[in-house]
Design a protein around this ligand. Structure first.
Ligand SMILES: *Cc1c(COP(=O)(O)O)cnc(C)c1O
Length: 484
């Protein structure tokens, strides 16, 4: 597969190049030059496992990766998931896709368990003997999923920088208990913004790059713009749809709509690509919290990042610049030069405007605040005896708002386990607790829904990664552990 940048001025001749480069030289994001059309026979629908779907769909995109090598990578990546990789819960006309049965209890595991193995294949294919030092700043779910994903993967080392302030105890524990020889979780004094800014500087620090190179490492990042994070996410929409066809819940070819709690626009873009490659999807429902920049954009055509930033109880959606939106613009505007212009304007002015709203003909958008989110958690529990987390609650509310005018079936992407955000979930259930641990206990006691074993084990584990650095010393903290 060949790739072109959303801004039209860069290309990558193969999947391997796109995986290793991450971003186009023109600042755009890579998209495949052509999209496959995916169909499934009755026999496939009856017999395919999740991994079979992954093999068929991912190899249709990444057709230059050796099929056997890809199959092995997929098998290894998904061996860390629960046996039932993607349970689906029916709530009246909706189907909740539980995308949180991977190692770190959020949907990001689907991509971050596989990406490191794809990168490792790319290094071998390109004959690169240096190792890759992958750096990422995290405010939550990406960090732990990246640490798990890169753990013990050949030719890589992963460094996750998390803020010492503004991170939950459980999220911190998920990072500081991982003990690979190539995995490093390092606290940065300050908040997420401090960590993110300090890390950005490192990517342009030439003497640091030279020091890394002396130690045998190239520099890379694990953020969600890499095409290797997007494609694995397309798989679960196909899988869920055909599972329900198999169970007789939906008819083959019947159109459904999909509600996705959205931050960086990656997960909903995967649904968009599922539609473009042949899955019968009617509307994409973009669900946001109080940071409603996408809702406004989809309703008015004005993308305006000059607005207050809110910390909400669905923190993984607290984002003002949704980088994967650029890929949506590429496909709908069909004019890379215009995409480039819009992105330049965004960079300069913090906003841009789209005149033609027909771009959004199959996208609906809704936003909900913290209070509505908590209420929804309580409502879903009382009505269905079913626990959802805050992000999923926002998706649920959007699906409900959308469904008022149709009796179409909707999918709701459940992006994190309710146990990952116990403080808010306990509140939503009307429970009072003094901290996260007590919230967990009270949720378990009140609902009788047992904490998953993997979660219990995590809580028992000792934090072994204790390194904390000032933001000025991030580079040094990396070089210290990468002994030449
Ligand atoms: C990352 C994340 C999201 C947002 O997904 P995007 O692909 O960035 O839109 C939503 N919910 C949870 C739990 C997440 O971790």
């Amino acid at each position: 597969m060949e790739y072109i940048s959303t801004r039209g001025c860069s290309t990558a001749p193969s999947t391997f190049d796109a995986l290793l480069q991450g971003l186009g030289e023109d600042g755009g994001l890579f998209v495949p030059k052509s999209l496959p059309h995916l169909t499934f026979t009755a026999d496939e629908i009856n017999h395919f496992t999740y991994q079979d779907y992954a093999n068929k769909i991912i190899s249709a995109f990444f057709d230059d990766i050796d099929k056997q090598a890809l199959a092995l990578a997929i098998r290894q990546a998904y061996s860390t998931f629960d046996k039932e990789m993607l349970p689906i819960q029916k709530l009246k006309n909706s189907y909740v896709l539980e995308l949180y049965h991977g190692a770190t209890f959020a949907f990001k595991d689907f991509a971050l368990a596989l990406l490191p193995r794809l990168i490792s294949l790319a290094l071998k294919e390109k004959g690169i003997t240096k190792k890759l030092a992958v750096l990422t700043a995290t405010s939550g779910d990406t960090g732990s999923a990246a640490l798990r994903g890169f753990n013990n993967v050949d030719q890589t080392a992963i460094f996750v920088f998390y803020p010492t302030r503004g991170i939950s105890a459980i999220q911190k524990k998920q990072m500081t208990t991982i003990n690979g020889t190539n995995t490093f979780a390092i606290g940065v004094e300050g908040n997420f913004d401090d960590a993110q800014k300090a890390l950005k500087k490192i990517f342009t620090n030439q003497s640091f790059k030279k020091e890394l190179s002396n130690r045998g490492y190239l520099l890379s990042s694990a953020n969600s713009i890499n095409i290797g994070r997007l494609v694995p996410q397309i798989v679960y929409y196909y899988y869920a749809y055909y599972q329900l066809v198999k169970q007789g819940e939906i008819k083959k070819g019947e159109e459904i709509s999909i509600s996705v709690p959205t931050g960086n626009f990656g997960n909903i873009l995967a649904a968009f690509l599922a539609k473009k490659t042949g899955l019968p999807i009617n509307n994409l429902i973009c669900a946001s919290n109080k940071n409603n920049i996408l809702t406004d954009f989809i309703h008015t055509g004005v993308y305006n990042a000059n607005r207050p930033f809110y910390q909400t109880n669905s923190p993984s959606m607290d984002i003002l610049i949704s980088s994967n939106l650029e890929r949506f613009l590429y496909y709908t505007l069909k004019n890379p030069a215009q995409v480039k212009e819009l992105m330049d304007t965004l960079q300069k002015q913090g906003s841009y405007t789209i005149e033609n709203l027909s771009l959004f003909h199959d996208v609906k958008a809704y936003s909900f605040d913290d209070e509505q989110t908590l209420k929804a958690i309580g409502q879903v529990y009382r009505q269905y005896n079913y626990l959802i987390d805050t992000h999923t609650a926002v998706g649920f509310l959007a699906a409900q708002a959308y469904g008022q005018n149709s009796n179409e079936k909707t999918f709701i992407a459940a992006t994190a386990s309710p146990y990952k955000f116990p403080t808010a979930v306990a509140k939503g259930l009307g429970l009072v607790a003094k901290d996260e641990m007590e919230s967990l206990e009270k949720i378990e006691a009140a609902t009788g829904q047992k904490l998953p074993l993997a979660f219990k084990n995590l809580l028992r584990q000792k934090e072994t990664q204790k390194k904390v650095t000032n933001k000025e010393d991030i580079a040094q903290s990396i070089l210290e552990v990468l002994i030449p």
